[in-house]
Write a protein that binds this ligand. Structure first.
Ligand code: ATP
Length: 438
């Protein structure tokens, strides 16, 4: 399947089946903002839950945090975002549209919108932070920013968390939350949007131990994506060269996926040194040093950051899972999602709407829900169509109640990928599915 088709198909499936809708669609949408529907919200939660579990629940050296989106504006002066978080833009003198200065057409001197040649002014810097006002007065003293990354909420709380949780360096702080960037060229569905979610972890280490921890986190994070079921051949590292490195970074690697529009980053691993803590120390006038109780040493820790875009990861998961199979001349669309990520774990069908089958099927779907296994009951239409609808949204198992069920107390469970059916005792269905989810 040509790659461009894959994106179109995914966008259409996402809308039709309730994964992702355009924000404010009835008003014509809003620029590069998306809403997650009933299935999308489940998939996103499952991705975040896996991340949180691997970072916070399964480790004793990382603490969780949920910092506010709105922060004291001095935070963004200290972090360098007020001065540095910007892209050079040029304006066309004819149509007055603005473009990134490094777009190929623009570099070639032609306006991508109206086609006028050589009508660009000098590039000007355009800050990517959204601004608003806090309080009733709308003047410059009331200006605050809507955070463009979650990391700063972690740095300013470094000593709060360390002291309250009695952690010793090396340790980390993890946070999942929304971030906002007034991107100039958003696009590719949920790949680059103006409102998105990040799952970030800042790991504080003794200077000198940073390279070793950097390597360790690179490996852990790559393995995490492979464990989601993402094909290894579609994943790679990309090291930032000297001209790509952010102002705060000593070393940076992206984890890239081969999207239909090319290899692109969806997670970054950065050695941010003590840049952020030292800037906050300077700008706030508060000491942010860590005191090692055993040696009485005082120092500003170095930070190794892992920064994953939740929405981009969700796009990776969907793209990687989408496949079309030819089955006896018919196309079967399958989302081969890892069962732990699938929004619905099991669909339950009575083969026909009579002979006691719906009652048994209802009981099974109720039992699944009572065990907190998201289940879906469906009795309408031909059984083949019901299977296909579930394949398309990634449901790993379909439980069918048939004539034999009424007699023998067993049902069939169909596997989404192998299409194998096994007979399982009706009262074992919940356990059978739970075992496979573990
Ligand atoms: P890019 O170069 O693609 O703009 P970045 O290098 O600015 O990304 P970081 O600041 O390192 O990105 O942010 C970490 C992660 O946050 C990215 O890997 C990405 O998954 C996610 N992210 C950043 N900007 C956006 C956006 N506009 N829309 C969706 N996700 C984003």
């Amino acid at each position: 399947m040509p790659d461009a088709d894959l994106m179109d198909k995914l966008v259409s499936l996402s809308k039709r089946r309730g994964y992702i809708f355009q924000s404010s669609e009835i008003y014509g949408g809003t620029g590069s903002v998306w809403d997650y529907g009933p299935l999308g919200v489940e998939l996103k939660r499952n991705i975040k839950d896996r991340w949180w579990s691997s970072m916070v629940h399964r480790r004793d050296d990382i603490e969780g945090l949920d910092a506010a989106i709105l922060m004291n504006p001095k935070v963004w002066e200290a972090s360098g975002h007020v001065d540095g978080f910007s892209d050079p833009l040029v304006e066309c003198a004819n149509c007055h549209r603005r473009f990134k200065a490094d777009l190929p057409e623009v570099e070639g001197g032609q306006c991508p919108t109206c086609g006028t040649r050589e009508a660009f002014g000098e590039p000007r810097m355009f800050n990517l932070m959204f601004k608003t006002f806090m309080g009733p007065v709308e003047d410059s003293t009331a200006t605050i920013y809507i955070r463009p990354e979650t990391a700063q909420g972690i740095y300013v709380n470094f000593l709060n968390v360390q002291g309250a949780a009695r952690q010793k360096v090396p340790f980390g702080i993890a946070q999942i939350g929304k971030a906002f960037r007034n991107e100039i060229t958003p696009g590719n569905f949920i790949f680059r949007t103006r409102e998105f979610e990040q799952a970030e972890m800042q790991f504080f280490v003794k200077p000198g131990d940073d390279d070793e921890w950097f390597d360790r986190w690179m490996e852990i994070r790559m393995q995490w994506h492979k464990d989601l079921g993402i094909r290894a051949e579609k994943l790679r590292f990309h090291e930032h060269g000297p001209d790509e490195l952010a102002h705060y970074a000593k070393k940076a690697y992206d984890i890239e996926y081969e999207f239909p529009f090319g290899w692109r980053e969806f997670e970054g691993i950065h050695n941010r040194t003590d840049f952020d803590l030292s800037r906050h120390q300077e700008h706030s006038g508060k000491r942010l040093e860590y005191i090692d109780a055993s040696s009485n040493e005082r120092y500003l820790p170095y930070v190794v950051e892992t920064s994953m875009g939740v929405d981009r990861t969700l796009l990776v998961v969907l793209l990687d899972a989408y496949r079309e199979e030819d089955i006896e001349g018919n196309t079967r669309v399958v989302l081969g999602l890892n069962p732990s990520l699938a929004p619905i774990k099991a669909a339950v069908f009575p083969l026909v709407k009579k002979d006691g089958m719906p009652e048994i099927a209802r009981k099974i779907s109720d039992a699944l829900r009572a065990a907190a296994v998201p289940a879906f009951y469906d009795q309408s239409g031909a059984i083949g169509r019901r299977y296909r609808r579930q394949d398309e949204i990634g449901t790993p198992w379909c439980v069918t109640v048939d004539g034999e069920s009424v007699e023998s107390g067993t049902v069939t469970i169909r596997d989404r990928d192998s299409l194998q059916q096994v007979r399982v005792s009706t009262d074992q269905v919940v356990l059978w599915i739970q075992e496979r989810l573990d």
